[in-house]
Design a protein around this ligand. Structure first.
Ligand code: SF4
Ligand code: SF4
Length: 96
């Protein structure tokens, strides 16, 4: 999804291609098309489209994906500036 962007250079999503067995589950559960399957391996094609929902990492059978939910959530970050971290939430299920 190119129309909804998040803050650059804060996304925590990481992929260990050596652990990937090419099942494709991450590409099916990602709501933003961040991941694609190429040559039987997942690849990150839109890192800054990642909303850090955690769905890919939670569903990966080999723990090839890692993400810290909510760290790159722009809404959360802006709220934390205004209200402090303890009073902030992005409102997305499974996110901060
Ligand atoms: S869910 Fe995990 S093992 Fe499956 S394609 Fe994605 S990264 Fe690879
Ligand atoms: S954390 Fe969510 S948005 Fe980011 S790549 Fe995984 S499924 Fe997609």
């Amino acid at each position: 999804m190119k129309s909804l962007r998040y803050l650059e250079n804060v996304v925590t999503l990481a992929l260990d291609e050596d652990k990937c067995v090419g099942c494709g589950i991450c590409t099916q559960v990602c709501p933003h098309g961040v991941l694609v399957l190429r040559n039987r391996k997942a690849q990150i094609v839109d890192l800054h489209g990642c909303m850090e929902c955690g769905a890919c990492a939670n569903n990966c059978p080999t723990s090839a994906l890692a993400v810290t939910p909510g760290v790159g959530c722009a809404s959360y970050i802006i709220q934390s500036w205004i209200k402090g971290k303890e009073n902030s939430s992005c409102g997305s299920q499974g996110c901060c």
